[in-house]
Design a protein around this ligand. Structure first.
Ligand SMILES: Nc1ncnc2c1ncn2[C@@H]1O[C@H](COP(=O)(O)OP(=O)(O)OP(=O)(O)O)[C@@H](O)[C@H]1O
Ligand SMILES: [Mg+2]
Length: 229
């Protein structure tokens, strides 16, 4: 599966209390086809994370719209949380695993986010299956401190994929890794994308990573330009 994403004339202006407005995105429009793979590059501070957060409904645009297969995201906080949980997987630069939970528990955290939710045996078996797929079957009861950085990022990828998302948004997922480990994590993301067909958007500073993503767009001065594609 996968959904198409259409970002249309999006502005983002931050208005910090007592400070000057910061215009980050300027009538930005871009479309991502269902099941496509796109790399976003651009200088630090150009708004890459902001754009990813807007697509992921973690932030709202100041103006403009984002649609998913032609429909807007829900507006109420409750429906929005469900929308995010059911359709979108995030992988961040730092894995944000919870230190005192095991690998398996960390992966299942999003399942427990809904109030009074109980874990389904389905979720547990999917978590175990995915952990096996990323080569961590033997490590499910370990704590993050017992894993390498690359292994922690693989756990974060499994956590993002647990709900079978239609969209996976990765914000410099290999930023904290050495070149070889970064390459292996990208291999994994691309392999999972090929199998599951989700729409994948990866923000990266690393030319070697961007070069493997097919389509690359560059964010600069609030606008996106195609680099190739
Ligand atoms: N909550 C906020 N309030 C005010 N300004 C913000 C906020 N979040 C981001 N900004 C500003 O918006 C601009 C874009 O930030 P963003 O994090 O999207 O950049 P980025 O391209 O992801 O940079 P990097 O490559 O360093 O991660 C920056 O100037 C940043 O300081
Ligand atoms: Mg960023």
């Amino acid at each position: 599966m996968g959904v198409s994403i259409n970002v249309s004339s999006v502005d983002k202006v931050y208005s910090p209390a007592g400070g000057h407005d910061i215009g980050v995105l300027d009538r930005l429009s871009v479309a991502f086809a269902s099941g496509s793979i796109t790399g976003i590059i651009g200088p630090s501070g150009s708004g890459k994370s902001t754009l990813l957060h807007i697509i992921g409904t973690l932030e709202t645009p100041t103006a403009g719209t984002v649609t998913y297969d032609g429909a807007a995201s829900p507006t109420s906080e409750k429906d929005l949380a469900a929308f995010r949980r059911d359709h979108i997987g995030f992988v961040f630069q730092q894995h944000h695993l919870i230190p005192h939970l095991t690998v398996l528990e960390n992966v299942l955290v999003p399942q427990l986010a809904g109030k009074g939710k109980r874990l389904s045996t389905d979720a547990v078996s999917r978590a175990n299956g995915l952990l096996e797929r990323v080569g961590l079957a033997e490590r499910t009861s370990h704590k993050p401190s017992e894993l390498s950085g690359g292994e922690c990022q693989r756990v974060a990828v499994v956590r993002a994929l647990l709900q079978n998302p239609d969209i996976v948004l990765a914000d410099e997922p290999t930023g904290a890794l050495d070149a070889a480990t970064a390459g292996a994590l990208l291999d994994l993301l691309l392999e999972l994308q090929k199998d599951d067909g989700f729409t994948l958007i990866v923000v990266t500073h690393t030319p070697e990573i961007a070069a493997r993503l097919g389509r690359i767009v560059r964010l600069d001065a609030g606008k996106l330009v195609e680099v190739n594609g």
